[in-house]
Design a protein around this ligand. Structure first.
Ligand code: MTE
Length: 324
């Protein structure tokens, strides 16, 4: 299977998103896990397609009214350009490059259901209409990827605590696990042959006190409309004081447990991706420092601004009490 990478004008080379060394190391890391050479491989043949309206990355979305939450009107940094945010994604079900937005359009949203189960008194299954019935808020949050890129995004959605109220976890419930949509015929993973070495479905988890914190958010929209598929439509987790990998996309199951669930990246590389995964500038990733981050600048072209990383991504006043 050939891999040809023809960059699009809007496309950022991955090596600019992460430091060169970290980028090559992550590739090597995945390569080591798979036993398959992916050096130089970035994309299947998408670059060969004709330019068309299919090159518009914000597609299949509907306007979504939401009230701005007064606590999150400002992020102390400019909002990231919407097109840049929609073309620079991590969604390993659809590939390991940042340029997965076209491939992610395969995600089927029809008849979406989110099952809430496990240690709860009122188990529930929500459909899309149920999700959009929650009182929706807009929150401008800082977003920090463990790879040291960062952005500022206006999410639309509802606090995770709204689900806690609905389903009433039992006293035994100590953790919550989120599972993303996975169908091996659609979400084929990053490489050919299919990336079976990755522990799909993508799964993440929080302590129940973290889920109850007012900052913990379920997004059903972004930039005034429903989520584009590449951002994790129709429902994704947003936990802004933690690294971005904690925010599972395209959630189909929410399960309450009494023991700490395994998580996707922690299972792959426990020394590098911790369960807690709070943004902490003084706790280096084993392969790169976390003291600085590279903010996607607010213009329409990719530009990076290096800025200091803030403890808990600057949300210490909301979450500091969780960590003593
Ligand atoms: N959720 C799923 N299902 N699959 C993924 O690969 N990547 C995570 C997180 N959620 C991921 C996921 C990582 S590493 C990051 S940084 C964010 O999604 C990226 O979110 P964005 O692409 O909307 O910016």
């Amino acid at each position: 299977m050939p891999f040809i990478h023809i960059p699009q004008p809007w496309q950022l080379p991955e090596r600019e998103a992460t430091s060169e060394g970290a980028f090559l190391n992550r590739r090597r890391f995945l390569q080591g896990l798979s036993g398959i050479s992916i050096a130089g491989a970035a994309l299947p043949l998408w670059g060969c397609e004709q330019q068309s309206e299919a090159d518009q990355p914000i597609i299949g979305v509907q306007p979504l009214p939401a009230s701005p939450n007064a606590d999150f009107l400002q992020a102390g940094r400019p909002i990231t350009n919407e097109t840049l945010a929609a073309t620079h994604n991590n969604f390993y079900e659809y590939g390991s490059s940042k340029n997965i937005w076209k491939n992610a359009q395969k995600l089927p949203l029809e008849d979406w259901k989110v099952e809430v189960t496990g240690l709860v008194s009122q188990p529930r299954t929500y459909d899309l209409a149920d999700l959009y019935k929650f009182p929706l808020e807009q929150r401008l949050y800082r977003f920090r990827c463990v790879e040291a890129w960062a952005m500022v995004v206006p999410w639309l959605g509802f606090p995770m605590s709204a689900i806690l109220k609905d389903v009433e976890p039992t006293p035994q419930a100590k953790f919550v696990r989120f599972t993303s949509y996975y169908d091996r015929t659609i979400t084929k993973g990053p490489i050919f042959p299919p990336g079976d070495f990755l522990p799909f479905p993508y799964h993440e988890a929080l302590r129940i006190e973290e889920m109850a914190n007012d900052l913990a958010f379920f997004a059903v929209g972004i930039y005034g409309h429903t989520l584009p598929k590449q951002h994790g439509a129709p429902l994704r987790a947003v936990i802004p004081w933690k690294y971005g990998f904690k925010g599972a996309k395209s959630i189909v199951k929410i399960e309450f447990t009494d023991t700490q669930p395994e998580t996707f990246w922690n299972t792959l590389s426990p020394g590098e991706y911790k369960f807690e995964a709070n943004v902490e500038p003084e706790v280096a990733h084993p392969r790169w420092s976390q003291r600085k981050e590279r903010l996607i600048a607010s213009g329409s072209q990719f530009e990076w601004k290096e800025i200091p990383t803030l403890l808990y991504n600057g949300y210490g006043e909301f979450v500091g009490n969780l960590y003593g």
